[in-house]
Design a protein around this ligand. Structure first.
Ligand code: MG
Length: 452
């Protein structure tokens, strides 16, 4: 049966149920039985196999992106995913092309959970950002294939829409509280109701600010200077100014980016309590998650955590212990839509809301994966968003769009985003673009390396 006839059959509800049921049936060729094959034939769903898995590297925004394309035995049917670990892009490309491609050829793309577990166990030593990004890109592509096969957007396969679209927060910055205030106001004027605010510290390199990024410490070393005490003092002054200048109706957020010593982060969270942040992000590094219990006892400031998480033991205890309010993993760091769905469901029972990481080093396909999960998760909290450039929209047809302070997905079957490989080839990746040069050269005044 060709795809057009397959999709035509889906116009009846009974055929749709049969098609989705058919996708869950193991084929005789791998783990199923002759009876399974008979059921599949009766439903008219031809056996499907993965024929090739390959990485596509491109940088339309100047940020290295790694994409995955999973091709199948049905002509024209393929899926796409995001496997972007921009700091080690070429290592992820190797993991996909040299290891996952030969491992996955011949497998059924509809067996998403089974394929996920097989990929995960296949390296024996598991986790780590290179392997998890490679695996996650494949996982998203398999969900894309399933959606295209069923003729449904992925959010329908995940349980259907809980909301019409996904409210987002935007990122405002500046060299002074006044400058940040103007930036926040510009987003409010565009209809956004959530804004993350970051302010520069004179002479220092501060995360997320357009201020001074070249503070070299008194000639003692080459690199960027960050002294936590000054930053800790300035941030409450920023929010005092913002509440006076932009009012108390807009939801304000702030990212500590794990830069403070734990006790300083606790002090900052207490100082900011009076300004009722929507959330304070990454107050501690993943290595310091034992501090969340201490933080929780001392302040009601809402806490978001998780963009660096890579291993289940990093999120299970702080979610089940009700120690955070928002879980914000980077989907391609944790295992794609399959793991994201599990984290969302786990979090729902503890009233922890989702806030998936959505930065510039996440492709439009990765953002679409976030959004399909957001749409189907009752405990969705907020979505980090970026405005895609013209070059990105040329590479990624069907990229999500921003309107009315919300992100909207393309309603086409699957993830709704495709890759124009000719356009992608116009933007080859280069090694060491300026984007990530700050990581690994941030130092205290005495020259000690700090976390990024
Ligand atoms: Mg962050």
């Amino acid at each position: 049966m060709d795809r057009r006839n397959f999709l035509t059959r889906l116009s009846s509800g009974a055929a749709l149920a049969a098609a989705i049921g058919g996708c869950r049936t193991l084929p005789a060729a791998s783990a199923g039985t002759a009876e399974d094959a008979g059921e599949r034939a009766a439903r008219g769903s031809a056996p499907l196999t993965i024929t090739r898995v390959r990485a596509i590297a491109t940088a339309p925004r100047g940020i290295r992106l790694v994409l995955v394309k999973v091709e199948t035995s049905e002509p024209g049917l393929y899926g796409v995913g995001c496997a972007t670990f921009t700091q080690r892009a070429r290592a992820v490309v190797t993991a996909i092309d040299r290891f996952l491609d030969p491992f996955l050829r011949g497998k059924d793309p509809a067996h998403i959970e089974d394929n996920w577990q097989a990929m995960y166990q296949s390296s024996y030593w598991r986790n780590g950002p290179v392997l998890m990004n490679a695996l996650s890109g494949v996982d998203m592509a398999l969900w894309d294939i399933l959606g295209k096969r069923a003729g449904l957007p992925v959010y329908e396969l995940l349980g259907g829409k809980c909301r019409v679209a996904c409210p987002v927060y935007r990122h405002a910055s500046g060299g002074s509280p006044e400058e940040v205030g103007e930036h926040v106001q510009s987003f409010i004027d565009q209809g956004y109701r959530h804004v993350r605010a970051q302010v520069g510290v004179p002479g220092q390199s501060v995360y997320g600010s357009r201020g001074d990024r070249d503070g070299v410490a008194r000639g003692h070393f080459a690199g960027n200077l960050f002294e936590p005490r000054r930053y800790q003092q300035i941030v409450p002054k920023l929010f005092e100014h913002l509440r006076k200048s932009v009012g108390d109706q807009v939801e304000l957020l702030h990212d500590v980016h794990e830069r403070l010593h734990p006790i300083q982060a606790i002090q900052l969270a207490k100082d900011l309590e009076q300004f009722h942040l929507f959330f304070l992000e990454d107050p501690f590094a993943p290595e310091d998650i034992g501090y969340f219990e201490h933080l929780r006892r001392q302040t009601s400031t809402a806490i978001a955590m998780g963009e660096l998480f890579n291993h289940p033991l990093e999120w299970i205890d702080i979610v089940s212990g009700r120690l955070i309010d928002f879980i914000r993993c980077h989907l391609s760091q944790v295992g794609g839509i399959t793991t994201g769905r599990k984290i969302a469901h786990l979090s729902e029972w503890f009233r922890v809301r989702t806030a998936w990481h959505g930065p510039g080093d996440c492709s439009a396909i990765g953002h679409a994966a976030n959004l399909h999960l957001d749409l189907a998760s009752w405990n969705f909290g907020i979505q980090e968003a970026v405005e895609f450039s013209g070059a990105e929209r040329e590479v990624f047809s069907g990229a999500p769009t921003l309107r009315d302070g919300m992100f909207w997905v393309n309603e086409a079957p699957g993830l709704g985003v495709d890759i124009d490989e000719t356009a992608a080839a116009k933007h080859p990746i280069e090694d060491d673009p300026p984007f990530d040069l700050d990581w690994g050269r941030l130092r205290d005044a005495d020259g000690t390396i700090r976390r990024p």
